[in-house]
Design a protein around this ligand. Structure first.
Ligand code: HSE
Length: 347
């Protein structure tokens, strides 16, 4: 089966996904999946298209050398983002534009137009999945298309797929997790004695933290992921105002030392608890006992502990960010769509 993809956004994650597509081209073909990228639209890097398929190696080389995509050999001028969705001969829209946690735009419009035009949608964009999940899921269902978002929480670590399948089925009472790599990296460095400012600088130098790090250090990113998990696991659309939120900016070396003396570590935790029909959520700095698996999650790693009725605690640890790690989430979404479509054909 051949699937044509169009990209909205072509930053680190989109490029990482393309690199994986090239590396795995042969194994995907062996699975029966052939792909073409027929259009790319990026607000900063330009827009290109070719209905026969763009030369992906050339696109990656051009963006690496020039920071733009328009001079890619064989590429024709493309369209703006909404036209790329409606005019390209694509089966799947890969939405990897920037995240806005206040309005979810412009990604929310991209999502809606893609689904309304009966295109499957794969994304790592948190805004729409946090703020408009039910509406988008219902739209995808009514249009008979797939909507997948594995990379929105813990990058390619398959938390969303797990939450939608085996571990769920009414089994989960609570989840608590380290869902932000930047803040966990900073707290880990502070454990070693570094000041907050020095640890933040290091996180910025390593590309974890943005120049303006507020989304991470003030807990907004964790909050968005908690909203997504509540949507996926509990079908419960939390509002931003439902979730008390703390960041890590007030954590001092003294706090960390005191926690250590009490046999614990300070971690930025996102939590959702279900009691009867009530859902409670929060983002807060918590002392985690050294004996708990979350205490040993260091650096930019993420982890989630599911408190379950029948399995007790189940903790999954894995990457939560990164070019290839998040790119892999898109590969996993693509392959799951391919599996669904090929099962449909067999029926
Ligand atoms: N800024 C996020 C983090 C990236 O540090 O975890 C992944 O959502």
């Amino acid at each position: 089966m051949q699937l044509n993809l169009a990209f909205i956004g072509f930053g680190t994650v989109g490029q990482g996904f393309c690199e994986i597509l090239l590396e795995k081209e042969e194994s995907l073909r062996q699975l029966g999946l052939e792909y073409k990228i027929t259009a790319i639209s990026d607000i900063a890097k330009g827009t290109i298209q070719n209905e026969q398929g763009l030369n992906l190696e050339a696109v990656l080389k051009t963006v690496k050398e020039t920071g733009r995509i328009e001079e890619t050999p064989g590429a024709k001028p493309g369209w703006n983002s909404l036209e790329t969705i409606t005019k390209s001969n694509s089966d799947i829209i890969v939405e990897v534009s920037y995240t806005d946690l206040k309005t979810a735009e412009p990604a929310l419009s991209h999502f809606k137009v893609a689904l309304e035009n009966k295109k499957h949608l794969i994304t790592t964009n948190k805004g729409p999945c946090a703020l408009a999940f039910n509406e988008l899921s219902a739209l995808a269902k009514s249009q008979g298309v797939e909507f997948r978002y594995e990379g929105t929480v813990m990058s390619g670590t398959p938390i969303i797929t797990l939450a939608q399948t085996s571990i769920s089925y009414g089994n989960i009472k609570e989840i608590k997790g380290i869902l932000n790599g930047t803040t966990n990296f900073i707290l880990t460095e502070m454990e070693k004695g570094k000041s907050y400012q020095a640890a933040l600088k290091q996180a910025q130098a390593l590309g974890y933290a943005e120049a303006i790090p507020d989304a991470d250090v003030l807990g907004w990113d964790t909050l968005a992921k908690i909203m997504i998990l509540s949507n996926v696991l509990f079908k419960y659309p939390l509002k931003v105002s439902d979730i008390p939120r703390q960041g890590i900016t007030d954590v001092s070396l003294e706090d960390i030392k005191k926690a250590r003396e009490k046999g614990s570590k300070i971690k930025l935790i996102g939590r959702i608890k279900r009691e009867r029909q009530k859902i409670q959520a929060e983002v807060l700095c918590e002392r985690i006992p050294l004996t708990h698996p979350l205490a040993s999650v260091e650096g930019a790693l993420n982890a989630i502990t599911f408190k379950t009725e029948y399995l007790g605690d189940v903790t999954i640890v894995g990457p939560g960010a990164g070019r290839k790690e998040t790119g892999f989430a898109l590969l996993s979404d693509l392959c799951q769509i391919y599996q669904r479509l090929s099962q449909g054909r067999k029926k």
